[in-house]
Design a protein around this ligand. Structure first.
Ligand code: SF4
Length: 97
């Protein structure tokens, strides 16, 4: 089955180097290090980075999410926001057991 890369619809983690005006400007993020749906690409730097693009979800290791199929994200798009001191995918939806 062909899959397409879900876009990051919004990200409110303004201090991230890739964030400009609540948009993510890296090519693709990775979500879910350690099974938690955090944005692993979150990065603090003195300068802004990324390009003239809207980021997508390149890979997702949060296999407990109902959108996760074979460690890929199948959501139509995701939203990212703070969770404590890091960034989380807020589209995460746990699988039913
Ligand atoms: S989605 Fe991740 S990499 Fe992109 S701006 Fe937000 S925290 Fe940064």
């Amino acid at each position: 089955m062909a899959i397409t890369m879900p876009k990051i619809l919004s990200c409110t983690v303004l201090e991230c180097a890739y964030n400009v005006n609540s948009e993510c400007h890296t090519m693709a993020i990775t979500v879910g290090d350690g099974g938690h749906a955090s944005c692993d690409t979150y990065y603090r730097a003195s300068n802004k980075g990324g390009g003239d693009i809207v980021g997508g979800v390149g890979a997702c290791k949060a296999h407990e999410c109902s959108y996760n199929k074979s460690y890929e994200c199948t959501a139509p798009g995701i939203n990212v926001a703070h969770h404590s001191e890091h960034a989380d995918c807020k589209t995460f939806s746990p699988k039913r057991r």
